[in-house]
Ligand binder design. Structure first.
Ligand code: NBG
Length: 833
């Protein structure tokens, strides 16, 4: 590398592209012709979208180069985030805003006669994730860039992301998400950044002269991981970090053997088989999957990422013994937990470090975030499968487990049960590898994602580990990025806040506290109601386009938007819709409202799919009943994704966070909604508890059993049906399901759901119903007083600063990663210069 200053070294000179609207217009038009290859006279809106993306990415990548150089020069410690999922959503507006050139670009486009809104809507969501876990990963990347942390994301470039949900005859129908159909202008393919990833085969043990054993992993198959880079820009032209996604490629395009034998078809078939590894995202939210392909995906991206990390470390001139000084790796849930064994393998087998040293480095490098307590969601792999697919890793895991259990035996002599419970190998269920145990043993920090969740981890799932290593467990409550979830999603509210307290809060959400006094200001409250009305009109337009249902903008918008899962209790809300329907039919005066559900059900999760079907059938009856008119509308909004969330959330008045206490690790939708001035009706679950502490009890509607009470209730074995005895309304709601009143001829499903509730009800819908209905009445009472409601909503907004993802990332940086921010300062002109 040359030591000459950049301005003297022609190779290192960067003359940043100007960012004023005239220059942008020029760049966009040039990109249209030279990159997209279209005559402006013939260009389609999608051509323009791609032209803008190409013009913008030139500017982003320039910042990336500057950022990378500064990191190299300053000898920084880097953090690598390993995640199977990134729910990035649309990139155009986020990139423009974060680069500080949104307005200039809009102006440039309007001079070119192109409608920005129209082309922005054409962009496919990058939906490489299922739900909260993937969206959290995206928020963390954005925050690391905004705050200047040297942070890198690693994941998989799935050809097909989260399925597209269509509703046909009330049912969810899954369509493939072919998001790369038109190409992806944001990515930089790196055909030279490739790493081999090995599967199957067997292990041969050699005895070396120095008495140590060494192992060779032989035969089997090899797949190539090829990098695609997605630079991610921090807010206001700060650092640009990189998200590197791996695609699987065959080792050689065609297997020459088959090719030479004339079996062209076979050669191509092998090629396609390698590529299946990065073909599709597993739809999987808190439900178990045990598929060989999934294990291969996990290992594939982990192995490529670790090889890349070690490669970079060595190229920067560091010794491997210093890995933990320069590198922190975060395991996002157990999906990448095989990384623990893979790093040991690379250090011991490839780089020839002694076991003890490799193991110490490994434990100091990794940290693990747990995102769920649901036992069926905790990954375990059959030992036999692991032995076949990753034979070397299985040996390493045995070795790790042996040393670990020896250590435990030493500190807790005589406690055989403890050893069994802690073991990485579960001997009880046909021998399985417990990936969560591997992650805990191989990490120096383990965190839950909300205070309650972390406490429950310590008391239940990881109670034994907590006994062994109490200092390893910490809490880092989740957060959300205000750039997307406020500034981009809700311009009218952003404008209102700016007009009252200035714009500093955008850089430091703590300053949102200055907005608190405005909650008691009548003019601000009135302005807030106007903001909500505008956002509701925007949503009403979208609902009409997507579902054909007309909704009024002048009623309460009551939303439950999240994956469909029994524990999240969409059924509880649905029973309440039936209650409201019956009360209106009984002639009662009921607060007019729109109830909006949105969310996908994992394709193999039949009960969740049934819930969607029943919601849609109830909605059909409710929405078309002339007795009801527009006093109650029930909408199932199809294909919930980041871009539609950004339209629903700002319009919501009421946020349903009604999971069975003890089951929702944190929730982040709860934060986004409160930040946008929706009031929460919720259980004492996940981050709801911390939201209550932040906004104060009187500005949130808490109801139902606590996690402890749920456990007691379960232990007491109360028959679910008994809750009907004291609640005649609940009896008639269940009766309506049993009779098939809403079923439009297909009674069976409704009757089945009723029986399920009466006899099983594993998530205590009936037990919590009375409390929920009572809390909903309190909600309606407050809503009838617009001044009081607006005050509470404004206090929710102003007191949400704790839930900024920037706070979350700072906590990880300080308590887990030990990395410092390295903000890029100079060398890039401000956009308008
Ligand atoms: C989810 C939890 C949510 C939490 C997100 C992000 C999984 C496995 N877990 O409650 O259900 O907010 O993770 O931490 O998707």
């Amino acid at each position: 590398m040359s030591a000459a200053p950049d301005n003297l070294n022609p190779r290192r000179q960067l003359s940043p592209l100007p960012c004023d609207s005239d220059s942008l217009r020029q760049s966009i038009r040039d990109a249209l012709v030279r990159v997209v290859g279209k005559d402006p006279d013939l260009a389609t809106p999608r051509d323009w979208l791609h032209a803008v993306a190409f013009a913008i990415r030139e500017r982003i990548i320039e910042r990336r180069v500057v950022t990378r150089r500064q990191f190299a020069e300053e000898d920084v410690k880097r953090v690598f985030y390993l995640s199977m999922e990134y729910l990035m959503g649309r990139m155009l507006e986020a990139n423009l805003r974060n680069m500080g050139i949104l307005e200039a670009t809009q102006e440039a486009l309007s001079k070119l006669g192109v409608d920005f809104r129209e082309i922005a809507r054409l962009e496919e969501d990058a939906a490489l994730g299922n739900g909260g876990l993937g969206r959290l990963a995206a928020c963390i990347l954005e925050s690391m860039a905004t705050q200047g942390y040297p942070g890198y994301g690693y994941g998989i470039r799935y050809e097909f992301g989260m399925f597209q949900q269509h509703i046909e005859h009330c049912r969810q129908v899954e369509h493939p998400d072919n998001w790369l159909r038109y190409g992806n202008p944001w990515e930089f393919p790196r055909p030279e950044k490739i790493f081999p990833v090995h599967f199957y085969g067997y292990v041969v043990e050699h005895h070396e002269k120095n008495g140590e054993n060494c192992y060779a992993w032989e035969d089997g198959e090899e797949v190539i991981a090829m990098a695609y880079d997605f630079p991610t820009a921090g807010y206001e032209r700060r650092n640009v970090n990189n998200l590197r996604l791996w695609a699987a490629k065959p080792t050689r395009d065609f297997d020459l053997r088959y090719f030479n034998e004339g079996d062209y078809i076979r050669a191509v078939a092998d090629k396609n088989e390698s590529e299946t590894i990065s073909m599709v995202l597993y739809p999987n939210d808190a439900t178990a999957i045990g598929k060989e392909l999934r294990l291969k995906q996990e290992y594939f991206f982990v192995s490529a990422s670790l090889q890349d990390i070690l490669d970079r470390h060595l190229k920067l001139g560091y010794e491997l013994t210093r890995l933990a000084d320069k590198v922190a790796i975060q395991l996002n849930d157990t999906h990448p937990a095989i990384a623990v064994a893979e790093l040991v393998r690379l250090l011991v087998d490839q780089h020839r470090l002694p076991w003890g040293q490799a193991w110490e480095i490994t434990r100091n490098v990794f940290a693990y975030t747990n995102h769920t307590l649901m036992p069926e969601a905790l990954e375990t792999w059959p030992v036999a499968l692991m032995e076949r697919v990753l034979p070397r890793h299985m040996l390493i895991i045995y070795h790790i487990n042996h040393e670990f259990l020896e250590e435990v035996r030493h500190h807790f002599p005589g406690e055989h049960d403890l050893l069994e419970r802690l073991s990485i190998i579960d001997e009880g269920h046909g021998r399985r590898v417990r990936m969560a145990h591997l992650a805990v043993v191989g990490s120096h920090r383990v965190n839950g994602v909300a205070a309650l969740h972390t406490n429950l981890l310590k008391e239940t799932l990881f109670a034994d580990f907590y006994r062994v290593w109490p200092e390893r467990f910490i809490n880092v409550t989740n957060g959300v990025t205000p750039r997307l979830w406020m500034i981009q999603a809700n311009p009218p509210l952003t404008g209102l806040i700016d007009s009252r307290i200035g714009t500093d809060w955008k850089y430091d959400l703590d300053r949102l506290k200055q907005f608190i006094p405005y909650a008691s200001d009548e003019a601000t409250r009135a302005a807030f109601r106007e903001v909500k009305r505008q956002n509701k009109e925007r949503l009403a337009g979208l609902v009409k386009r997507r579902t054909g249902i007309e909704i009024r903008p002048d009623v309460m918008y009551d939303v439950q938007i999240k994956r469909i899962h029994e524990y999240k209790r969409q059924l509880l809300k649905l029973l309440h819709v039936i209650e409201l329907y019956q009360r209106i039919r009984d002639g009662e005066e009921v607060l007019p409202r729109v109830v909006l559900f949105a969310g996908k059900a994992a394709p193999g999760y039949q009960r969740a799919k049934n819930i969607i079907e029943v919601i849609n059938q109830v909605a059909d009856i409710v929405n078309n009943d002339p007795h009801i008119g527009d006093r109650l509308k029930c909408v199932f909004f199809p294909n919930y994704e980041v871009s539609s969330a950004a339209i629903i959330i700002p319009a919501a008045d009421l946020s349903q966070q009604i999971s069975t206490a003890g089951f929702e690790a944190s929730g982040t939708g709860n934060m986004k909604l409160a930040l946008n001035g929706a009031l929460t009706i919720g259980t004492l679950d996940g981050a709801n508890i911390e939201i209550r502490d932040a906004v104060d009890e009187e500005n949130i509607f808490i109801f139902g059993m606590t996690a402890r009470e749920v456990a007691e209730h379960r232990a007491a074995g109360v028959p679910p049906g008994s809750h009907l005895d004291s609640h005649p309304r609940l009896r008639s709601i269940i009766g309506a399901l049993q009779s098939g009143f809403f079923a439009n001829g297909g009674r069976v499903l409704h009757a089945q759901l009723a029986t399920y509730l009466l006899e099983e009800d594993p998530f205590f819908v009936l037990a919590d119903y009375a409390a929920y209905s009572e809390a909903s009445n309190r909600v309606d009472q407050l809503y009838l007083d617009p001044e009081a409601w607006s005050e509470a909503a404004l206090l929710n907004i102003a007191r949400m600063s704790y839930f900024s993802i920037d706070r979350t990332v700072r906590e990880y940086a300080e308590h887990v990663w030990k990395v410092l921010p390295e903000p890029v300062q100079a060398r890039c002109p401000p956009p308008e210069s």
